[in-house]
Ligand binder design. Structure first.
Ligand SMILES: NC(=O)c1ccc[n+]([C@@H]2O[C@H](COP(=O)([O-])OP(=O)(O)OC[C@H]3O[C@@H](n4cnc5c(N)ncnc54)[C@H](OP(=O)(O)O)[C@@H]3O)[C@@H](O)[C@H]2O)c1
Length: 280
């Protein structure tokens, strides 16, 4: 059994800890230095570490535009402290990256590849990409990029809850990550101590319009919203910066024979189970 230490007591960290039960422990403290990271490893002596700590802004990512030092510290310095400590202790680190480092159409029509040069625009996305560029050079580190996590468990971090709460929604098409599949892929990567970058997204793409159609079908037939363009989001002052929209390929997961369910199958299954929990 691989004993995993999880740093980051937030949405994804807690969700992984709940899924992995006795195989994982959530670090009870924050780290602010390389010495803190080393002390954590010496205390828990894990087989592998999941870095689920990060700064994504509250109430949303626009916060990072006006809090750049805090964003860079949490998303670049802290992952580096962990990577150095894990290197010193010969411990594998899986760092959670973000697919939002890519904006728009990919050079390959099939989607952005793991090693494509990214084009991040927002400060949050830039900080996530900066960490990727540094961490990918450590032999004992894997980077798992996720996008718009969707879960059957209602939560403010769940893309279902987010989209359902907006009165105006942009009509975009994306790769997304179904959390149930993600926790399994993360665990496999941690067991295999797989290095490199991985796009942990379900094969295929889905439009916000399709997600909300499933929501209307399975959860709330009375749900309604207005559809707006990506440009209108910024023009109307609903967001400070344009959000990333993209399609990702998962070539490195394929090489390891790791697969996730096709996106529409996984989303429909997730939405039906989400509906059951909502009705309780
Ligand atoms: N959720 C998404 O939509 C999404 C999408 C793509 C990528 N990601 C990435 O996934 C990771 C986890 O995201 P999440 O959704 O779980 O975010 P979250 O709910 O905000 O959780 C992040 C956690 O990290 C903690 N943290 C911040 N700095 C820390 C430090 N120095 N030491 C230890 N803990 C620290 C935060 O604590 P405080 O809140 O007390 O500061 C928070 O509990 C992040 O790297 C994020 O960039 C998330």
């Amino acid at each position: 059994m691989t004993r995993i230490l999880i740093l980051g007591n937030g949405y994804i960290g807690k969700r992984c800890a709940e899924a992995w039960k006795e195989k994982a422990i959530l670090a009870p403290k924050k780290i602010a230095s390389a010495a803190d990271a080393l002390a954590l490893l010496e205390e828990y002596k894990p087989d592998a570490v999941l870095n689920a700590a990060g700064v994504k802004g509250k109430p949303n990512v626009d916060w990072c535009e006006t809090h750049q030092p805090e964003t860079l510290f949490g998303n670049v310095a802290v992952p580096l402290f962990l990577a150095f400590a894990c290197h010193q202790k010969n411990t594998y680190l899986l760092h959670i990256g973000s697919g939002c480092v890519f904006y728009g159409d990919s050079p390959d029509p099939l989607g952005w590849k793991e090693d494509d040069f990214a084009n991040p625009s927002a400060v949050y996305s830039q900080s996530k990409y900066a960490a990727d560029l540094l961490l990918k050079n450590f032999p004992n580190v894997g980077i798992a990029r996720i996008r718009m996590p969707m879960d059957f468990i209602p939560s403010p971090g769940n893309i279902i809850d987010k989209l359902a709460s907006y009165s105006q929604v942009i009509d975009v098409e994306n790769s997304i990550t179904v959390v149930e599949d993600m926790v399994e892929v993360f665990y496999t990567l941690l067991e295999k101590k797989a290095s490199g970058i991985f796009h942990v997204v379900n094969p295929g793409t889905i439009k916000h319009r399709e997600i909300l159609a499933y929501y209307k079908k399975y959860v709330d037939p009375s749900h309604n919203c207005t559809w707006i363009s990506e440009d209108a989001l910024v023009k109307q002052g609903l967001a400070a910066k344009k959000r990333s929209t993209n399609k990702l390929q998962s070539l490195n997961l394929e090489k390891l024979d790791i697969s996730m369910r096709p996106v529409h199958i996984a989303v429909q299954d997730t939405m039906q189970r989400y509906a059951l929990l909502k009705k309780r």
